[in-house]
Design a protein around this ligand. Sequence first.
Ligand SMILES: Cc1cc2nc3c(=O)[nH]c(=O)nc-3n(C[C@H](O)[C@H](O)[C@H](O)COP(=O)(O)OP(=O)(O)OC[C@H]3O[C@@H](n4cnc5c(N)ncnc54)[C@H](O)[C@@H]3O)c2cc1C
Ligand code: SF4
Length: 331
Amino acid sequence: MNRFSYVRARDVQGAVEVVSANPSARFIGGGTNLLDLMKEHVTSPSHLVDITRLPLNGIEDTPDGGLRIGALVTNSEVAWNAQVERRYPLLSKAILAGASPQLRNMATTGGNLLQRTRCYYFYDVGTPCNKREPGSGCGAKAGFNRIHAILGTSEQCIATHPSDMCVALAALDAVVRVTGRDGERTIPFADFHRLPGDTPHLDTNLRPDELITAVELPPEGFAAHSTYLKVRDRASYAFALVSVAAALTLDGDRIQAARLALGGVAHKPWRDPEAEALLAGRPATREHFQAAAEALVRDAKGFGHNTFKIELAKRSVVRALEQAAGQEGQR
Ligand SMILES: Cc1cc2nc3c(=O)[nH]c(=O)nc-3n(C[C@H](O)[C@H](O)[C@H](O)COP(=O)(O)OP(=O)(O)OC[C@H]3O[C@@H](n4cnc5c(N)ncnc54)[C@H](O)[C@@H]3O)c2cc1C
Ligand code: SF4
């Protein structure tokens, strides 16, 4: 590990000032991703700004009937929070599908949003990687790409975004609240993460000096009809090959509204409004679930080892919709 200095931030503005004054400084939350990246020499910040004592660790109601989760609330605290379990069970389930209890006890809400891809070539500094070193090439495209993306890829990068929590937040239309040198702003979840395009080194639209202070959930939590389905190589402690956050509002057996977000398939949690529109106003039947699944993967492209994900994603979407509608096991 390289040498670095360490400061513990006392307030949000002070934390932002240190990081804006030094492009090589980084905030550190739980440290469960950043420290690994430093040990592997993928990143070498000169300063670490410890934000864990900032007053961003509450979960509270918002005036519009939603819920605000502070950036420093741990993943365990969010998943087991009574309000989250009751009103947003999709979020609770997605978090508990990720990592291990020990990691979830350390990992923070803000850090989870910014965890970096698990692409093996990104972690191996002896191989080319446009995300780690722009312009060096991509080891994964013609390499071993079993865990890589099938949607929204670019010539430059085919990495996937690894977070489970973010897939649920995308389906729930969460909003990210941030503070930077120029003040506060909010970023809709759909605009928070980026596709790789020609700038695969940028994972998000967060500015370098901005601190995530909270994630806000709208009032609609789809508590009656939602699920998180995660397909992975082992039953626990593994990242998703494909995951689906499915949420429905039903009037009898008719779908009023549908949300579908996919994990493990793209550089960001994947939403497709056209696929969701195919469900709205229609009966909650397997035929319509399959039509939505086909639409979701219509532009998917495999790179050899990961081509199986196209069929896996389709089947996972159908199964998740059946679970959300309460139909699984009825056939
Ligand atoms: C073995 C292992 C298995 C895992 N399995 C899964 C899994 O199955 N599913 C899953 O979703 N995750 C998994 N994870 C990832 C884990 O969830 C993340 O490492 C964790 O959520 C990161 O949170 P953190 O607070 O520790 O972030 P840190 O490591 O502290 O920070 C991560 C990044 O976020 C930045 N940052 C942190 N907080 C803020 C903030 N408030 N504002 C701005 N920038 C900030 C840091 O500068 C850094 O760049 C796994 C991790 C490990 C080590
Ligand atoms: S897929 Fe992206 S992260 Fe992986 S090697 Fe290629 S450029 Fe790097």
